[in-house]
Design a protein around this ligand. Structure first.
Ligand code: GTP
Length: 381
C-alpha cells in the first residue's frame, strides 16, 4: 500500500481546515470565517481501500495522514510565534506539501488599487484579519502580499513534491481562473496545480488521485478506523472555541483560549445499548443516552473581554454553551452537561508558559506523568 504525511500549508482563511474535513469526511478541525482559527497542527487520517475509483481508474490502497496547519501570518505575539512553529513542525514530517491558496483573494490582489495599497503597507501585521468573502480588503489587513512571499520562501526550501491547490473556485469566474493559474505557476516549479472548491467538494477526486500517485510505498501509521490523533478532550475544547469565534467579534476571538478542567465520561455500564422505554398512553421512547460531564474555562486577556463573553445577564455565555453542547453531543454520541466559566489572564498571548499549557500534546504528557505517580502499579502492569 501507499502511505505518508501530507501537510496543508497556506495563508489564514485559505480553507485548509475545510479541505482537511472534506478529505477525511469527519469534522477534525473547526472552521469559521475568521482568520487564524487553527492554532495547532491537526492530523486527519484518510484510509483509501484498494479498488476505490479515482480520476484515472482504480486507486491502490493508501493511508494518507493530512496535517492541517495554522495560517501563515507575520507573528505579532508569542502565540503567533508558537503557531508558526507548528507550521515548521508540519513541514519537517511530510512526504508531500499542499500549498493552498484562496482564488478569490488572489484575484483581489490583481486589482491595481489593492495592489498598490499592499506594496505600501507590506510588512504590517494582519492580526486583525482579512475581509469577509467577496468584500474589499480593509486597510488593516493589507500586509499580506509580503506574507505570500514568506510562504513561497518556505516551500522553495522543500525537497518533496509541492502541490499548488487553488481553492474557492466556486467564487471566481472561469475566464478569471485560467490567467490566475498561469500567474501562480510562474512562482514555483509546482509538482501539480489543481483547482478545487473544498466547500463544494469539487476537484477532490483529482487531488486524491494525484496525491496517491506521489505517496511512497509504506505501511499504515494509524489503525484503519482512527481518523485523528487528537484526544476527545481537545476536540471538545476546540468546539467551544469555534462557538466563541462565531458568537463574538473584534479582538475577543483572538484573545480567547479554552481549557478543559473536567471531563467525566459516563460509567461503562451506562454506555451499553438499552431497550426503548414504554411510555404512558402506549408506544416507546428512545432510551436515554448516557451523560458526559464537562467543565471548561474560557481565558481572555481583559475585563472588557470577559464582560463581552458573559453578555447581558449571562446571555452570551449561555449561547456559547448551548451551541457548543450540540456539537459536542454529536461528537461524543452522549448527552452532555457543560459548565463554562470565564477567567481573565492578562497578556496570556505573550506568556510562553501559559501557551505551553494549552498544547494538548503537553497536556497528555502531564496527565500520563500524574497518573504514573498516582497509580504506579497500574502503570507497571
Ligand atoms: N466559497 C468557499 N468558501 C470556502 C471554501 N473553503 C473554505 N471556505 C470558507 O473559508 C473560510 C475559512 O475556512 P477555513 O477552513 O477555516 O480556513 P483556514 O485556512 O483553515 O483558516 P485559518 O484557521 O485561519 O488558517 C470559512 O468561512 C470556510 O467556509 C470554498 O471552497 N469555497
Amino acid at each position: 500500500m501507499r502511505s505518508g504525511f501530507v501537510s496543508i500549508l497556506g495563508r489564514p482563511n485559505a480553507g485548509k481546515s475545510t479541505l482537511l474535513n472534506a478529505l477525511v469526511g469527519e469534522k477534525v478541525a473547526i472552521v469559521t470565517s475568521k482568520p487564524q482559527t487553527t492554532r495547532n497542527r491537526i492530523t486527519g487520517v484518510l484510509e483509501v481501500p484498494a479498488g476505490r475509483t479515482g480520476k484515472s481508474g482504480k486507486l491502490p490502497a493508501a493511508q494518507i495522514v493530512f496535517v492541517d496547519t495554522p495560517g501563515v501570518h507575520k507573528p505579532g505575539t508569542q502565540l503567533d510565534r508558537r503557531m508558526l512553529q507548528e507550521v515548521y513542525d508540519a513541514l519537517e514530517e511530510r512526504d508531500i506539501v499542499i500549498l493552498l491558496v484562496d482564488a478569490s483573494r488572489q484575484l483581489q490582489l490583481d486589482e491595481p488599487e489593492a495592489g498598490e495599497a499592499h506594496a505600501e503597507e507590506a510588512g504590517t501585521s494582519p492580526s486583525a484579519g482579512p475581509a469577509p468573502e467577496g468584500k474589499a480588503l480593509p486597510r488593516h489587513s493589507r500586509g499580506w502580499k509580503s506574507e505570500d512571499e514568506f510562504v513561497l520562501g518556505l516551500i522553495r526550501k522543500l525537497d518533496c513534491p509541492v502541490f499548488l491547490v487553488i481553492n474557492k473556485i466556486d467564487l471566481v469566474r472561469r475566464e478569471e481562473l485560467l490567467p490566475l493559474i498561469e500567474r501562480l505557476r510562474q512562482q514555483h516549479a509546482f509538482t501539480e496545480v489543481i483547482p478545487i472548491s473544498a466547500r463544494k467538494r469539487d476537484g477532490l477526486d483529482m487531488l486524491l488521485t494525484k496525491l496517491i500517485e506521489y505517496l511512497p510505498q509504506g505501511e499504515r501509521y494509524f489503525p484503519p478506523e482512527q481518523f485523528t490523533d487528537q484526544p476527545e478532550r481537545f476536540l471538545v475544547a476546540e468546539l467551544i472555541r469555534e462557538r466563541i469565534l462565531m458568537e463574538t467579534g473584534e479582538e475577543v476571538p483572538y484573545a480567547s483560549a479554552v481549557v478543559i478542567e473536567r471531563f467525566e465520561e459516563p460509567p461503562p455500564e451506562s454506555t451499553k445499548p438499552k431497550k426503548p422505554r414504554p411510555i404512558k398512553g402506549g408506544g416507546f421512547a428512545a432510551p436515554k443516552l448516557p451523560l458526559t460531564s464537562i467543565a471548561a474555562a474560557i481565558y481572555c486577556e481583559r475585563d472588557g473581554q470577559k464582560a463581552i463573553l458573559i453578555g447581558k445577564g449571562g446571555s452570551k455565555l449561555k449561547a456559547i454553551g448551548a451551541g457548543a453542547r450540540k456539537e459536542i453531543e454529536s461528537l461524543l454520541g452522549t448527552r452532555v452537561y457543560l459548565e463554562l466559566r470565564v477567567i481573565v489572564e492578562p497578556g496570556w498571548r505573550e506568556s510562553r508558559g501559559f501557551i505551553e499549557t494549552l498544547d494538548w500534546r503537553k497536556q497528555m504528557e502531564e496527565m500520563a506523568a500524574r497518573q504514573a505517580v498516582e497509580e504506579p502499579d497500574k502503570n507497571e502492569s
